[in-house]
Design a protein around this ligand. Structure first.
Ligand code: SAH
Ligand code: SF4
Ligand code: F3S
Length: 558
C-alpha cells in the first residue's frame, strides 16, 4: 500500500476535524501518503456533515465533480465518511455510484480495512481490463439506525476507543511537531434528541471516555509541544464516569454509557472516588498536565452547568474564561417544541450565575460567552423571534452562530411539525439577528480597549500570510491550528514554515502576528522580525489599542 495517495476533506464540526485527524494518523501509519489535490489522489475521502441540508449539498456537488475524474482514472476509490454516510445509509451508493466506501462516524476504526479492500478490488478489475461500467468495489461500515453501538460496547471492547488512543502514540503525527493546539474527545454521541437534530442518529448514544485515557492523551499531546487543548463533546459538561461500574476488556477500561444525570447547580452527591464529574475531570487535567497553558471545552449544554464546574474554572488559572452555550431560541414555546429541556428563565439564570462567578475584566479575564441560535423553527411567530432578539441582546455573546432551520430526515420535527416558515422570512430573521450580533460583538471589542491581556501567540496573521501569495485556505492551514482539511504533507510543511515564508516574502522590520485571549478573542499585533521565530506557542501580555469587527489590535508589553 506504500505508494497510495489520499485526499481527505473535512466538513462539519470539530468532532469531524478530530475524526479526520485520527483516521489520517492511522492511514499514515499504514503507509498511505496525503495530497492536497483531489485530481492526483488514488483515494478521495470526504468526512461529511448532515446537520443542515446545505452541508450535505456541498458533498453532493463534490461527488458530482468526481464522476469525470473517475472516468479518466477508473482505479480511483471514493469514500464518504461521517454523519452523512450514517444518515443516508447504503442508499447513498445507489444514488451516487461514484462512491465505493461508506463509513459512519462510529465505525471509523474499520476504515483502513475498507479502503484497503476497495483499492485492491478496483485495481484488480482495472487490470483485468473490464469496461468502466462493470468496475465496482462497494464497502461499507454503518452503525445502522436500529443498533446503537453502546448496547454491545462493553462486551465487544470498544475499538473506537483505540482509535482515539492511537493518535497520541502515533509515531507519524500528520500535523507534525509545529502543532500547538489540539482537540481531545471526552464524550461521544448525544442523548438529548432535540427535535431538529440529526446528531443522536448519526453519532449514536452518549458514551463517556475513561478519565485516565483522557488525561493520558492530554499528557502525550503536551509532551509533543501542544499548549492548548480543547475538550470535545456534544454536551461536554454532561461528562460523568462511574468507576464502580467500569468494565475492563483486555486490561483496558472501557468507555461508559451515559447514565441519568440529574443536572442542577450542586455537585453530584455521589461524586467522590466513585464518580468523576466534569468538574473533577477539568480539575484533574489542569493539575496533572500543567504544561497545557490553555484548557477549553465545547459545546456546553445550558442546563447541566453546576456551580462546581464554575468554581473549578474560577480557581484554575489555565482554564479559559470562554463558554460556548447555545440557547437556540429565546421563546419558551419554541424551546419546548425543540425539546431543549430548559426555559428562557433558566438560561438567563445560567448566564447571570456564570458572569457572577467568572467575569473579571479587571485582571484581563472578562468572561466571554458564545451561542448558537436557530431562526425560523416551525411555527416561530414574530413575537417568538422578538423574544430571541431580546435574549441575544441580554446574553451579550462575544459571537453567535445563527442558522436557518433546516428540516432533517429522521428527526421528530420533520415528521411532526411542518416546516411552515417561508425561506424569505427565515432569511430576514437571520439577517436581522446577524446585524444585532455584529453590533454587540463590536461593542464588546471596544470595551477591551485599554485593557491588558495574556494572549497565546499563534503565528503570522492571515493578512501576513496572504501577502505571501497563499490562498486563504492554505493560509488558514499554515497557521498550524486544529483545522485539518488534510493537505497532508504540504500542510505539515506549511505549518512549520509559516514564519519562514512570511520572513522570506517581506523585508519589513515588523511582521503582523495573531494570538488569542483566553476568552477566545483574536488579537493582532506587530512583532519585530528577529523575534518572529520564537514567539508562536508562547503566552505574552498585550495592551489593546483599538478594535474592528471581531479583531482586537494591540501591542506587546515587555
Ligand atoms: N451539541 C451542540 C450542537 C451541535 S449541532 C448543542 O446542543 O449545543 C451545532 C448547531 O447546529 C446547533 O447548536 C444548532 O444551532 C444547529 N443546528 C442543529 N440542527 C439544525 C437544523 N436542523 N437546522 C438548523 N440548525 C441546526
Ligand atoms: Fe443535537 Fe441537541 Fe444533542 Fe446538541 S444537544 S447534538 S442540538 S440533539
Ligand atoms: Fe455535522 Fe455530524 Fe458534527 S452532523 S455538526 S459532523 S456531529
Amino acid at each position: 500500500m506504500g505508494s497510495r495517495t489520499i485526499y481527505l476533506e473535512t466538513f462539519g464540526c470539530q468532532m469531524n476535524e478530530l475524526d479526520s485527524e485520527l483516521v489520517a494518523g492511522q492511514l499514515a501509519n499504514l503507509g498511505y501518503r496525503f495530497t492536497d489535490r483531489a485530481d492526483r489522489a488514488d483515494v478521495v475521502l470526504y468526512n461529511t456533515c448532515s446537520v443542515r441540508e446545505n452541508a450535505e449539498q456541498k458533498v453532493w456537488s463534490r461527488l458530482g465533480d468526481l464522476k469525470k475524474t473517475k472516468a479518466v482514472n477508473p482505479g480511483l476509490v471514493v469514500g464518504v465518511l461521517g454523519c452523512m454516510a450514517e444518515r443516508d445509509g447504503a442508499g447513498l451508493m445507489d444514488r451516487m455510484p461514484v462512491v465505493d466506501v461508506m463509513c459512519g462516524p462510529s465505525e471509523l476504526d474499520k476504515l483502513p480495512a475498507l479502503i484497503d479492500n476497495a483499492v485492491r478490488t478496483r485495481e484488480s478489475l482495472v487490470t483485468a481490463d473490464l469496461p468502466a461500467s462493470e468496475i465496482s468495489a462497494k464497502e461499507s461500515a454503518l452503525q445502522g439506525g436500529a443498533s446503537r453501538r453502546s448496547g454491545t460496547l462493553a462486551a465487544a471492547g470498544d475499538s473506537l476507543e483505540y482509535l482515539d488512543l492511537s493518535r497520541s502514540v502515533s509515531p507519524i503525527d500528520p500535523v507534525g511537531s509545529a502543532r500547538r493546539s489540539a482537540y481531545v474527545r471526552i464524550t461521544r454521541g448525544c442523548n438529548k434528541f432535540c427535535t431538529y437534530c440529526v446528531v443522536p442518529f448519526t453519532r449514536g448514544a452518549e458514551i463517556h471516555r475513561p478519565p485516565a485515557h483522557i488525561i493520558e492523551e492530554c499528557q502525550r499531546l503536551a509532551d509533543t509541544g501542544v499548549t492548548e487543548i480543547t475538550l470535545l463533546g456534544q454536551t461536554v459538561n454532561h461528562y460523568r464516569f462511574e468507576h464502580d461500574s467500569a468494565v475492563e476488556v483486555d486490561g483496558m477500561t472501557q468507555p461508559q454509557k451515559g447514565r441519568a444525570f440529574r443536572g442542577g447547580h450542586r455537585r453530584d452527591p455521589l461524586a467522590g472516588d466513585r464518580v468523576t464529574t466534569f468538574a473533577d475531570l477539568l480539575y484533574e487535567i489542569h493539575e496533572r498536565v500543567p504544561s497545557v497553558s490553555r484548557l477549553r471545552f465545547v459545546t456546553s449544554y445550558p442546563r447541566d452547568f453546576g456551580d462546581d464546574v464554575l468554581e473549578v474554572i474560577r480557581d484554575c488559572p489555565r482554564i479559559c474564561r470562554y463558554l460556548h452555550v447555545p440557547a437556540q431560541s429565546g421563546s419558551d414555546r419554541i424551546l419546548s417544541l425543540m425539546n431543549r429541556g430548559y426555559s428562557v428563565g433558566e438560561y438567563d439564570e445560567f448566564v447571570h450565575r456564570a458572569r457572577e462567578a467568572l467575569d473579571q475584566p479587571e485582571i484581563g479575564r472578562p468572561l466571554m460567552i458564545s451561542g448558537d441560535i436557530i431562526v425560523g423553527f416551525p411555527t416561530e411567530t414574530d413575537e417568538d423571534f422578538a423574544e430571541t432578539v431580546s435574549l441575544v441582546e441580554r446574553s451579550r455573546y462575544k459571537s453567535c452562530f445563527i442558522f436557518k432551520y433546516s428540516p432533517r430526515p429522521g428527526t421528530v420535527a420533520i415528521d411532526k411539525i411542518p416546516d411552515d416558515i417561508p425561506d424569505d422570512i427565515k432569511r430576514s430573521r437571520n439577517n436581522a439577528l446577524l446585524s444585532i450580533q455584529n453590533r454587540i460583538s463590536d461593542e464588546i471589542g471596544r470595551e477591551q480597549i485599554g485593557r491588558t491581556f495574556d494572549i497565546l501567540i499563534e503565528g503570522p496573521s492571515q493578512r501576513a500570510l496572504k501577502a505571501t501569495g497563499l490562498s486563504s485556505r492554505d493560509a488558514h492551514r499554515a497557521l498550524g491550528g486544529v483545522q485539518l482539511t488534510i493537505g497532508g504533507e504540504s500542510a505539515i510543511r506549511q505549518s512549520s514554515d509559516a514564519v519562514s515564508m512570511v520572513l522570506e516574502h517581506s523585508d519589513d522590520d515588523m511582521v503582523q502576528f495573531s494570538g488569542r485571549t483566553d476568552g477566545d478573542q483574536i488579537v493582532l499585533f506587530d512583532v519585530a522580525r528577529d523575534d518572529a521565530r520564537e514567539l508562536p506557542g508562547s503566552i505574552r501580555r498585550v495592551r489593546i489599542e483599538r478594535s474592528s469587527g471581531l479583531s482586537l489590535f494591540g501591542s506587546l508589553l515587555d
